[in-house]
Design a protein around this ligand. Structure first.
Ligand code: TRP
Length: 444
């Protein structure tokens, strides 16, 4: 099935950067800290870590393995796992591809705002704050222009292919992201008020532990590891056969969780630094202001209150967010692009133009009907579609796909697999525990 001309990641490091780049995104830098801040801080952190370890990591192995076995886009890879059930398997791949595109269509809007805030901080830095106002003031034209700019960048990277586009840019951008992150977190620590945020993040308040919290933590873990929409199946299909999948998946999950953890170390203290500087972060009822306010008003207000250095810190912060968003959005775009190039035999350039154009059109529709569609699309894709598709994927790997084939596939990069604790636990885990956990969490 493998075609020798199909592209691959050129190194394990490159793959890890690309997969971690997909995983590390707005979900980590923005979603996780705000969820933690509004769900009892440390308690959310603990439940989240459990969800990553118990649910998301085994799923990540499952998705990567299907992709590498199929050596093709997700539609074809799922079909290879169950040749007799061609139609339902292809449908799974197609639905995954559509959901990935829809996630990108709202992700691109938010990433566009980040580009606006980045440019505005830059203009402030050179004393042109007034000229930058348009970029951060809500309007339909501004949302459209910024979203299209971001989408064009994403399309540019994906057009250059797996090794020359995705891998190259991920290995360039991810290390920059790590460095900026550490520098910024250390800087926030030196500010007054930071300690209060740190306390909220690291000292658990168990009265906050509710079933709803487990659902949020699961959703967050799935979103953060880019599961349930064939992104990881697609990336897995570009993995060389001699890669040890469980080990690589563990590293990706660790990096992703590590970045989310550090983001919490940065954002929660930053919120309280902002509060210390007189910026409002809690509403009158004592609840945290909602999450979009946090990144787009609370933090900029804090940067403003720090004077000139604040504008500089703002530039770095938004640059970091844009990098995180970019390495994620390319992974989403790659899913439909790989399907279209391989199934319809279009060239990569044409496929990127057609699919990118469609996603921009969907995004533009959302922008023009923002109140109606923005929240609804997020809800539909992340709250319903992702867990349901993920459930179908575990059922496929646990019950349908032939166990000997799975063993043979994983063994290629992990010859001692049969004697490992991983192989003693994982197949049963994916077969029984993952689906039960998902159903439990989903129905509570
Ligand atoms: N995981 C990324 C984040 O945390 C976003 C992302 C990339 C994603 N690909 C995905 C989310 C696929 C869901 C599905 O921001």
């Amino acid at each position: 099935m493998a075609s020798s001309s199909r592209s691959q990641f050129t190194s394990r490091f490159g793959f890890i950067m690309a997969a971690a780049g997909s995983a590390v995104g707005l979900g980590n830098v923005w979603g996780f800290p705000t969820q933690a801040a509004s769900n009892g801080g440390a308690v959310f952190l603990i439940v989240y870590l459990l969800m990553v370890f118990l649910l998301a990591f085994p799923m990540l192995v499952a998705e990567l393995t299907i992709g590498r076995y199929g050596q093709a886009n997700s539609i074809r890879s799922f079909r290879a796992a169950w040749p007799k059930g061609k139609v339902p398997m292809m449908a799974l791949g197609i639905v995954g591809m559509i959901v990935a595109s829809l996630i990108l269509s709202f992700y691109g809007i938010v990433a566009g705002w980040l580009m606006g805030s980045f440019a505005e901080s830059g203009l402030t830095l050179i004393g042109m704050k007034q000229q930058g106002l348009w970029l951060t003031t809500y309007s339909v034209p501004r949302n459209l222009v910024l979203m299209i700019a971001f989408m064009l960048l994403t399309m540019y990277v994906v057009r250059n292919g797996v090794a020359q586009g995705i891998e190259k840019w991920s290995t360039r951008l991810m290390p920059v992201l790590f460095v900026l992150f550490i520098v910024l977190t250390l800087y926030i620590f030196t500010q007054d008020g930071a300690l209060e945020g740190l306390k909220m993040y690291l000292v658990p308040d168990f009265s906050q532990l509710t079933p709803g919290l487990a659902v949020s933590a699961m959703g967050q873990a799935f979103f953060s590891l880019s599961l349930g929409v064939c992104v990881m199946t697609t990336y897995g299909s570009y993995l060389p056969k001699n890669t040890n999948i469980p080990k690589t998946a563990a590293q990706v999950a660790l990096i992703d969780t590590g970045v989310a953890f550090i983001a919490g170390l940065m954002i929660l203290p930053a919120m309280f630094v902002a509060k210390h500087n007189g910026v409002e972060i809690f509403s009158d009822s004592g609840a945290l202001l909602n999450s979009d306010t946090l990144v787009f008003t609370v933090l900029p207000a804090m940067f403003d209150s720090m004077g000139m250095i604040g504008a500089f810190v703002g530039v770095i912060f938004f640059l970091l967010m844009i990098i995180a968003a970019m390495t994620s959005s390319i992974s989403m775009l790659e899913v439909p692009v790989s399907c279209v190039t391989e199934e319809l035999k279009l060239s990569r350039t044409k496929a990127v133009l057609v699919i990118g154009g469609i996603i921009i059109a969907i995004s533009a529709t959302i922008v023009c009907n923002f109140q109606l569609l923005f929240g609804a699309v997020i809800q539909l894709t992340t709250v319903y579609s992702q867990p349901i598709i993920a459930l179908l994927i575990t059922l496929t790997v646990g019950w349908i796909w032939n166990r000997h084939q799975i063993l043979a596939e994983l063994k290629q990069g992990y010859p001692e697999l049969e004697n490992s604790w991983f192989w003693k636990i994982w197949p049963w885990y994916v077969r029984i525990i993952c689906p039960i956990l998902m159903l439990m969490v989903f129905f509570t």
